[in-house]
Design a protein around this ligand. Structure first.
Ligand code: NAD
Ligand code: WQD
Length: 337
């Protein structure tokens, strides 16, 4: 029997790409999502791309009975846990919602897992757990410090996982700290579909390119970087999900618990991303340099050496592929799903 993987947040941006990769690798996939930030259409598209079907359950992580029924009915062997709320600004306005959903939801999931005897987990963490870094590139040894409620919920779940692992033998847990995931499946059938005005750079750029927004505001032009704009480590979503497949294999070696950075190790400035997009697509992006956005660190990028060494993973795709694939998705789906 092939392994059955439960993907929480399976209709979301990264989860949908992970479902495709898992189906293509021969796993049975059970996707769970409450559709609070995603559309059911994503599930149909996943199946179309992969040429295989999955089980979809519209269940909220806070619905313990629903989750227990899902574990009884589908008997997953492992869980990849993407489900969560992720908007930094919103988390400062609605902190309790973030704590309840991200931390409370994870606590229910973990409890149902242990009662069902499922002790293999890959968790979506974030470079946000490093806060504003003092030394670059960021290794997994860097101090953990968070600067907003969203980040604190990610760090809290990491701590919960470390406590759980210490309390009970048999858990194998991979914590993956993503840097800045961008891009889309090359088919253009699934991609990032933000509700309302995008918070993140790449969806904003593609919405300008498609004519939905007039100009990009570049937040800050006076940072101590090579062109004055912030540096981030953008990573193609296909590379990112490949890291999850490698992490699942790593868990087979019963490593206990470990955290790995998933980034390219190459930082790009905001203006380099804009130029990269123009080069890859031939579409020009009008922009204005405006005030800094509160809370932005000047530069954040990964040292991905540990993931290379332990997971046998490294990112392959560069900024041109990230931009071309994000644009292909946006063009084929100008208003999202
Ligand atoms: P997304 O919003 O597209 O996907 C998350 C999915 O989880 C959504 O489909 C949403 O409906 C679902 N969900 C949320 N709460 C739920 C609940 N209580 N029960 C069931 N489903 C629920 O986000 P994404 O970009 O795909 O991110 C996936 C994960 O990766 C998140 O945990 C996020 O914090 C983390 N992450 C994302 C980024 C990024 O920039 N996209 C970076 C680092 C980490
Ligand atoms: C990237 C750069 C902006 C929009 C966020 C979360 C982080 C992680 C990844 C989840 C920054 C600049 C942006 C715009 C701009 N998510 N920018 N104009 O802030 O690095 O990280 O997503 O875990 O926790 O904080 O990503 O895409 O918002 O910004 O100039 O309209 O683009 O200032 O330098 P960020 P981002």
């Amino acid at each position: 029997m092939p392994e059955t993987v439960l993907v929480t947040g399976g209709a979301g941006y990264i989860g949908s790409h992970a479902c495709v990769a898992l189906l293509e690798a021969g796993y049975r996939v059970v996707a769970l999502d409450n559709l609070s930030n995603s559309k059911r259409e994503a599930i149909a598209r996943i199946e179309e791309i992969a040429g295989a079907s999955l089980v979809f359950e519209q269940v909220d992580l806070l619905d313990r009975a629903g989750l227990e029924a899902l574990f009884r009915n589908h008997a997953p062997n492992a869980v990849i846990h993407f489900a969560g709320l992720k908007a930094v600004g919103e988390s400062t306005e609605q902190p309790l919602r973030y704590w309840q959903n991200n931390v409370g939801g994870s606590a229910v999931l973990l409890d149902v897992m242990r009662r069902s005897g499922v002790r293999k987990l890959v968790f979506s963490s974030s470079c946000t757990v490093y806060g504003a870094p003092e030394t670059l590139p960021l290794t997994e040894e860097a101090p953990l410090q968070t600067v907003n409620p969203y980040g604190r919920t990610k760090l809290a779940v990491e701590e919960m996982l470390r406590d759980l692992h210490a309390s009970e033998p048999g858990w194998n847990i991979s914590i993956l700290r993503y840097f800045n995931p961008v891009g889309a499946h090359p088919s253009g059938m699934i991609g990032e579909d933000p509700l309302g005005i995008p918070n993140n750079l790449m969806p904003f750029i593609t919405q300008v390119a498609v004519g939905q927004r007039e100009r990009l505001s570049v937040f800050g032009g006076d940072y101590p970087t090579r062109d004055g704009t912030c540096i981030r480590d953008y990573i193609h979503v296909l590379d990112l999900v490949d890291g999850h497949l490698k992490a699942l294999q790593w868990l087979e070696g019963k490593p206990g618990i470990g955290a790995h950075n998933l980034g390219t190790g190459q930082g790009q400035t905001v203006l380099e991303v804009v130029k990269g997009f123009e080069r890859a697509t031939g579409v020009s992006i009008p922009y204005d340099i405006v005030e800094r956005r509160p809370g932005d660190a000047p530069a954040v990028f990964a040292d991905p050496a540990l993931a290379r060494r332990e997971l046998g993973w490294s990112a392959e795709l560069g900024i041109d592929a990230m931009c071309a694939d994000a644009w292909n998705w946006q063009q084929k789906n100008p208003s999202g799903y």
